[in-house]
Design a protein around this ligand. Sequence first.
Ligand code: GDP
Length: 217
Amino acid sequence: VGSSDLTMVGAYLDRNLPPSLGVPEVAFLGRSNVGKSSLLNKLVSRAAGDTARVGKTPGATASVNLYALLEQSKNKGNNNNRRRPDGGESSPIIGFADLPGFGYAKLSKDTKESVEEAAERYLGRRRELALGVLLVDSRRVPNADDRAVLAALFDMGVPLIVVATKSDKLKINEVETAMATIRDGLGLPDGQPLRVSGVTGEGVRDLWRIILDACET
Ligand code: GDP
C-alpha cells in the first residue's frame, strides 16, 4: 500500500450498525490497557507509513468505533497532508472496528447492557466482518472474562485469532510457558496465541498476513 491514511468513520452506540464502507472489516477486542491502540498503530504504520495514527477513542463507552484505512489517489509531493485540500479521491481498503464495550468494560448495569447489545449486534450481524482479533496480555493468566468473550465470539460464528500483546515484556525463557498458559487457559489450537508487540513490532507482519487472508476469502 502506498500513500494511505486512517480515518475515524464514527463511534456508534445505538441500534443501527455503522454504514457499510463496502470493504471487509476486522474487529479488535480486549480489555482496556491490553495494548490495542499501540498494536493498531503498528499495523497501520506498517501499511501506511509513520504518519498514520489511531487516536485514543474519545467516547470510551461507544460500542463500535469504526475506522477506515484509506488509500489516497496518487498525487506526488503531497504525502504530508492527512486531509486532501486538493479534493483528491480516497477509497477505503479495510475497516477496523474497535469494540471496547464487548465483554470487558466496567460500566453501570444499564449502560453495560446497551453497549454490549450494540457490540453483539455488530459481531453477530455485520456482513463485512472478516475477522475478530482478541487481544490478551502475554503476562496474564486468562480468566473467566476472557473465556466468556471467546465463547460468545465462537457462538456468533466470528472467525477469530487470539494475539498475546506486549510480547517484548517477556524474557526469552518465559515465552513458552506464557504462551502455553494462554493456549491452555483458552483452549486454543496450536500456533495460537500469536505473539505481538506494539513496541518492537514482533508479529505485526504475521498479523497483517492473517488479516489480508481473512479479507480475501
Ligand atoms: P489500550 O487501552 O488497549 O488501547 O492500550 P494502549 O495501547 O494504550 O497501551 C496501554 C499501555 O501499555 C501503554 O502504557 C502502552 O505504552 C503500553 N503498551 C502497549 N503495547 C505495548 C507493547 O507491545 N509493549 C510494551 N512494553 N508496552 C505496551
